[in-house]
Ligand binder design. Structure first.
Ligand SMILES: *[C@@H]1O[C@H](CO)[C@@H](O)[C@H](O)[C@H]1NC(C)=O
Ligand SMILES: *[C@@H]1O[C@H](CO)[C@@H](O)[C@H](O)[C@H]1NC(C)=O
Ligand SMILES: *[C@@H]1O[C@H](CO)[C@@H](O)[C@H](O)[C@H]1NC(C)=O
Length: 440
């Protein structure tokens, strides 16, 4: 039996006895609850929205941050010592979450490739500047430091925990990449609440959620978020902690960034059987230690042309582009060129490694690209995986630095799909959907 399952069973009994009102929260919201996800550069309600940035500047910024996040995933998967379930470059989709009593609204990145939820906390010994609130545990009546013997303290990679028995504090300390970026803090618990936008405005509130309170952050942090909400599948992730209250399920539907519409993140609830409208269910495997979700990729096809492979691909909300092995990429590029009837321009309007095509050269007819997953074909529609820059048409699939680097299915490829994660059946379900419809 997996540790995760034992953990779920523990949580089940724990919930029934110690937190009767957590059950109440779950019955109140037995259709689940959904919240808005907003793009940190494209959404006008994002604290990091800059209306003076041109579309080209925005895309350049996205590609650079996507490359740097992919680099972190490479480091994370290749070296246990620098590996961490905390990621400093936190990704594109932000959510609002209220923590503490009285609740304080925080902005954090929602990331499927990370486990631990953490926020910058006051008083900061060393914090990176940003324009949103840092959490102040002393101002919350319900905040508690996590004691050393707590299960969630031992669930964290022990190399990163320094439990001070005198103080009985579960301290964590992580470095990233080349060890020039560090974060340190104290694990604690508090009430998390979400504004539910399903009809009424009632809040879904959950007591005693474990998270990291970061007091020291230094190095190459992306200053565009005050924290991370970990949607990975390890025991400390928020979805594992909400567990039975959300039927161990969450889903999201990402709108295309330049639509400026909010995306949806849903916890719990049931989706209808959608197999007849092109849905597909595929198993995921887990990539310790990052707790990200990896799918089995058996091939990629464009029209009648097909590339076979036997690889895993991480599905991540935090990475913009999709990254594949260079050797696969060059073959895909030839197939795409063939379908489009043109070669990519040499004077790239964007930054490496993105390919852009010039419609002046021929009437462009961008193809759909199919990722053959173990449960069926995931059709990535041309208008989701190609994006327009000035008058160019650019592909959001790019090459990794080298063959064998972790492949990542990025968030542009995930737009206009309802993507549901089920942590009990360990499956991911993809259903084609026009995600903007749900937003109001
Ligand atoms: C952050 O806030 C300061 C002061 O209000 C403002 O000058 C600055 O432009 C803001 N930065 C961003 C990235 O929004
Ligand atoms: C917003 O974007 C403009 C144009 O690139 C830039 O000059 C300005 O510094 C940016 N403002 C902030 C607060 O980042
Ligand atoms: C560490 O990584 C950062 C960001 O990628 C880079 O700017 C810096 O030069 C690196 N430092 C060393 C010592 O390699």
């Amino acid at each position: 039996m997996s540790i995760l399952l034992i953990y779920f069973l523990t949580i089940l009994s724990y919930t029934n006895t110690l937190h009767p009102w957590l059950i109440e929260a779950s019955t109140r919201t037995n259709n689940g609850f959904s919240i808005d996800l907003f793009h940190r550069y494209y959404s006008p309600i994002s604290p990091f929205y800059n209306s003076s940035m041109s579309p080209k500047e925005l895309l350049q910024r996205l590609v650079l941050s996507s490359n740097s996040r992919h680099q972190q995933i490479i480091w994370q998967q290749s070296n246990i010592e620098v590996s961490t379930n905390l990621i400093p470059n936190v990704g594109d989709y932000l959510m609002q979450i209220s923590v503490g009593t009285p609740p304080v609204q925080l902005v954090a990145a929602a990331v499927t490739g990370s486990d631990l939820t953490w926020f910058q906390c006051r008083p900061c010994v060393l914090c990176y500047p940003h324009n949103t609130t840092n959490f102040d545990p002393q101002a919350s009546k319900t905040y508690k430091n996590l004691p050393c013997d707590a299960e969630h303290c031992s669930n964290l990679n022990t190399g990163h925990i320094n439990c001070d028995q005198n103080e009985n504090l579960c301290r964590y300390w992580y470095t990233y990449g080349n060890a020039t970026t560090i974060t340190g803090g104290v694990m604690g618990t508090d009430t998390f609440s979400f504004s539910s936008f399903d009809g009424d405005e009632e809040q879904a509130a959950f007591p005693s959620i474990t998270f990291g309170c970061g007091y020291q952050q230094a190095g190459f942090f992306d200053s565009n978020s005050a924290g991370v909400v970990g949607l990975g599948n390890g025991p400390v992730s928020l979805v594992s902690q909400l567990g039975p209250s959300i039927s161990y399920k969450f889903s999201y539907c990402l709108t295309y960034p330049s639509s400026h519409r909010a995306s949806k993140l849903r916890f719990g609830g049931m989706l209808e059987d959608t197999s007849e409208i092109g849905g597909l269910t595929t198993p995921f495997v887990t990539n310790d230690p990052s707790s990200s979700y990896s799918l089995e990729l058996n091939g990629i096809s464009v029209g009648q042309l097909n590339l076979n492979m036997n690889r895993e691909i991480i599905i991540d909300t935090g990475t913009t582009l999709t990254y594949i092995d260079p050797s696969i990429f060059y073959k895909l590029e030839a197939m795409v060129n063939d379908a489009i009837g043109a070669s990519p321009v040499s004077n790239n309007p964007l930054v490496e490694p993105v390919l852009c095509y010039d419609p002046d050269e021929s009437a462009l007819n961008p193809p759909d690209i199919v990722f053959q997953l173990s449960g069926g074909d995931l059709v990535l529609k041309a208008n989701n995986i190609f994006f327009v820059l000035d008058h160019y048409l650019c592909l959001s699939i790019a090459k990794s630095p080298k063959d064998g680097d972790p492949m990542v299915l990025g968030n542009m490829a995930q737009t206009n799909l309802e993507i549901e994660f089920n942590l009990l059946s360990k499956t991911v379900r993809f259903t084609p959907k026009y995600c903007s419809q749900e937003s109001s």
